[in-house]
Write a protein that binds this ligand. Structure first.
Ligand code: PGA
Length: 250
């Protein structure tokens, strides 16, 4: 099944609204005509100005988190309805930093994913093992558990993206080798197949963790790697554009 590659930038807690406008102004001409789908995920406060700039371009907008209720007494939270109104198409859920620092559970990830889909947004569900879990040979078991708990049959496979992000590779400069990543992506693909049947073949699985212009082409050459979730290298127009344009340049 044909899957359009998706290159997504996760800006994390970087860029003010003004900084986001400046970065997007620099980025847009460099990614015009990209062969893949391009997505940027700025912090909440930069979403509205980013949406203004991205309107009419082929670059999509996403958020980095949300809550699962539509509205209510949930101080500090942002709902999928609000993200939709502002022009988001995607939202990352279950990023390892949210799991680690903010106690996000698989159950919360599943609720968020379903709430996003109910509003017509596409959740990007992150899974991945820590260094200790990999070293003790438990990586597959951990990822499998995350998948089983973050997905149930109510999730629409036509509107979801999975991101495999080994925690030990995030922001560390240590990337999983293409073979290591493919091994896990293959496992994820099989599980999606068990869960969703043929539709599991259409789900894009991104790799994330120290993706750079130098390693993206090798990763993207693997059969089950359908894109990248890029942190650090998405904060500079040149490096993110080089990742987006990996085919044209490579
Ligand atoms: P990194 O982050 O590219 O800086 O390793 C990836 C991510 O956390 O999504």
């Amino acid at each position: 099944m044909e899957r359009t590659p998706l290159i997504a930038g996760n800006w994390k807690m970087h860029k003010t609204a003004a900084g986001a406008v400046a970065l997007l102004g620099e980025l847009l001409p460099k990614v015009a005509g990209a062969a893949c789908e391009v997505l940027v995920c700025p912090p909440f406060t930069a979403l509205a100005p980013a949406a203004d700039i991205l309107g009419g371009t082929s670059v999509a907008l996403g958020a980095q988190d949300c809550f699962w209720e539509r509205r209510g007494a949930y101080t500090g939270e942002i709902s999928p309805v609000m993200l939709k109104e502002i022009g988001c198409d995607y939202c990352i859920v279950g990023h390892s930093e949210r799991r680690q620092y903010f106690g996000e559970t698989d159950d919360a990830v599943r609720r968020k994913a379903l709430a996003l889909q109910a509003e017509g947004l596409v959740p990007i569900v992150c899974v991945g093992e820590t260094k200790e879990q990999r070293e003790s040979g438990r990586a597959f078991e951990i990822i499998d558990k995350q998948l089983r708990e973050c997905f149930n049959t109510s999730v629409d496979p036509r509107a979801v993206v999975v991101a495999y992000e080994p925690v030990w590779a995030i922001g560390t400069g240590l990337t999983a080798t293409s073979e290591q990543a493919q091994e896990v992506h293959g496992l994820i693909r099989r599980r999606l197949g068990e869960l969703f049947g043929a539709a599991g073949q259409g789900v894009r699985i991104l790799y994330g963790g120290s993706v750079t212009p130098d390693n993206v082409a090798g990763l993207m050459a693997e059969p089950d790697i359908d894109g990248a979730l890029v942190g650090g290298a998405s904060l500079k127009a040149d490096s993110f554009a080089a990742i987006v344009n990996y085919r044209r340049l490579g």
